[in-house]
Unconditional design. Sequence first.
Length: 369
Amino acid sequence: MPCAMQAMTWACLVPVNPDVQAVYGCLLGTAYGDALGLPYEGLSKQRAAKLLGAPDRFRLIGWPLYRGLVSDDTEHAVLTLQAWMQSQGNLSRFKTQLTRALRCWLLLLPVGVGSATARAILRSCVLRQAGVWSAGNGAAMRAPILGVLIEDETVLLAWIKTSTELTHCDPKAHWGSYVMALAARFATQARLQQQTIEPPAALAYIRAYVHHQPTRDLIHQVENSLKQGECTHDFVQRTQSAWGVSGYIGHTLPAVLHAWLSQPDQPLEAIAHLVACGGDADSTAALLGGIMGAYHGATVFEPPMQACIEPILTPRYLQQLAVQATTAAVPSTRVYLWRGLLIVTLLRNVLLLMVVLVHAFRRLLPPYR
């Protein structure tokens, strides 16, 4: 990428018509999908249905409360947005800010962190070198929010590549992340222009900016399935495995795109159907939620998010963050993982770990299929 891109001004990166609902919707949609999918992570469709029931509500804390918490997927979206705000349009500063944030985040014992992400952050701490060779979907969690914020697709690619390679160096990872960002960009543009989401137009838009043949093949795979009227569950079963969607970006990308374009006007239903496919349910649902939120805004997610007992990344906090981002204001003193919230975050992570361990022990018991 030309060096001039690293010197892009703040004004150049803020959308011409900032839409706080697109940013807030992306954040809240990510949080909703993350919290809904978290208890289903790693389970097949059949076993998840027997152990937990349908993903029609938060089930991390089950009967009779039915409450949820977010995990690393939402945290990465928030950290990315804050690093973008603090960078004031400077790509090098963004890289520095996000690297520091990820190091601090890892020290607070996050639950659900992927092995590649953890190894990459530790590598940056010890060797001062970024990234490991991985094509996992961990870096994609940082992509939709950048897609909402950065209007120019070429500039967006540079920022996505920088964000992705902090943890995942395989080209498949940054092209897959770029597709997720482009999907969010298309959704944001459709919202601003008050247009409906048309699958052929969305896929044509994404394909026009993707110059990586393996990734283009995945887009073509989704296009053919949609033309045949195949549902997302059948698409995943046919192209992947009965276990569900894996954490490999080559599996996550087509599943998320298919779920989005199969039901573009039904965000809650689409997210639930993707969670029900099994596998890496929290990550896939978080990505889909971020894309859906960029188009539909936050209103559709606010009622169900009342059952999320998140102490820090609350809807109100995410809304405040969105307002700051869309007004190009200097970030407030209440920055996630910084300035007084470290102890609260650590305690919250310990609580989440205890809940996750309960789920893990439950999975040792039947039914096994």
